[in-house]
Ligand binder design. Structure first.
Ligand code: PBG
Length: 325
């Protein structure tokens, strides 16, 4: 107790503070999300996400090149297809935008960890993550399509598949499909506790995946539920997930901590589009210091228990970390 205890003693100099720092961000913690679209030479800005673009494969490769130079080890790939239908056919087309981009990436950077988002919403004409029957999202009819999508990503060379649809049983369906087709070694990163969140707004502009009717509350979780998040995580691990995710991150830091304490596998947090856009909007007004704020946010997510963080700030953060060395 005071006066013996003076916690300020260890805060006196920069070096001391650095020595007693408990949580440290590293570029190897970061996963960089990217949006692939058809064509060549296309770089369309996402207006609600300053600094984020929908890129044709040639320019996406350039972006990955600059990210790799900053020390980014992993990317998460989303696809924006030319055509959508009621069966999400281009999601599991071997010549689809994600499949072709994965092949290009792996050809050029065999060591880059390419993670693919496995979901149908970007490929469905109605924008829902599953098959629609009589105005409802049909869980079991969706599973084979998800499994087929994951398999086609695996065949293209994806290193990790990440299902984000929130259908029940999808991890098992994907695991079975992969195992049966000689991909027993391919890891699954499950978006296990994914909440129906207003923070996904900007992403839906980026991916063109706003539902044409209703919302996603019949499959994504109610933000008010804590125990159910653990149920989702445990169920996905039972079904064969190798890593689990909590999404979004900032309004769910308590769950990141809880999941970290409950399971032994790596825990991933998704610092989602709306969280990014809020920072960018405030930074554009000079209301906050972008670099300090982003580093504080990501350090907070890591301190909460995330081993890995998916963030649109990844490339910037990696370059700031390099500058600091
Ligand atoms: C696809 C998917 C979404 C996000 C990741 N995968 C959107 C959604 O569920 O509506 C959101 C990512 C973000 O907001 O950055 N289902």
């Amino acid at each position: 107790m005071f006066p013996e205890l003076r916690l300020r003693r260890l805060r006196k100099t920069r070096t001391l503070r650095e020595m007693v720092q408990e949580t440290r961000l590293d570029s190897s913690d970061l996963i960089y999300p990217l949006f692939a679209q058809e064509g060549t030479g296309r770089r369309d800005p996402v207006t609600s996400m300053p600094g984020v673009f929908r890129l044709s494969p040639d320019l996406l490769l350039e972006e990955v090149d600059s990210a790799c130079r900053q020390g980014i080890l992993a990317v998460l790939l989303f696809g924006i297809p030319e055509s959508k239908d009621e069966a999400a056919s281009s999601a599991y087309d071997d010549q689809g935008i994600v499949q072709r981009t994965v092949r290009l990436l792996k050809e050029r950077w065999p060591d880059l960890v390419v993670i693919t988002d496995v979901c149908l919403c970007e490929y469905m004409s109605h924008g829902h993550c599953g098959v629609v029957r009589d105005g409802q999202i049909d869980n079991d009819a969706t599973l084979p399509l998800l499994a087929q999508t994951a398999l086609s990503h695996a065949r293209a060379g994806a290193d990790i598949v990440a299902p984000s649809d929130m259908m029940d049983g999808r991890v098992r369906a994907i695991r079975d499909k992969l195992d049966f087709n000689d991909f027993a070694e391919l890891p699954i990163l499950s978006y296990a506790a994914k909440f129906a969140s207003a923070f996904y707004g900007p992403f839906r502009e980026a991916a063109g995946s706003t539902p044409a009717f209703g919302d996603r509350r019949s499959y994504q979780m109610n933000p008010a539920n804590r125990r159910e998040a653990l149920q989702e995580v445990l169920a996905d691990l039972d079904e064969g997930a190798d890593m689990v995710m909590v999404k979004p991150a900032l309004a769910y830091l308590d769950l990141i901590r809880e999941v970290r304490d409950e399971v032994l596998c790596p825990v991933v947090a998704y610092n989602v589009s709306g969280e990014y856009s809020l920072v960018k909007a405030a930074a554009a007004q000079n209301w906050i210091d972008e670099k300090q704020l982003v580093l504080e946010i990501l350090t907070g997510i890591k301190r909460a228990g995330a081993d890995l963080i998916i963030t649109y700030h990844a490339k910037d953060v990696a370059s700031w970390l390099n500058d600091g060395r």
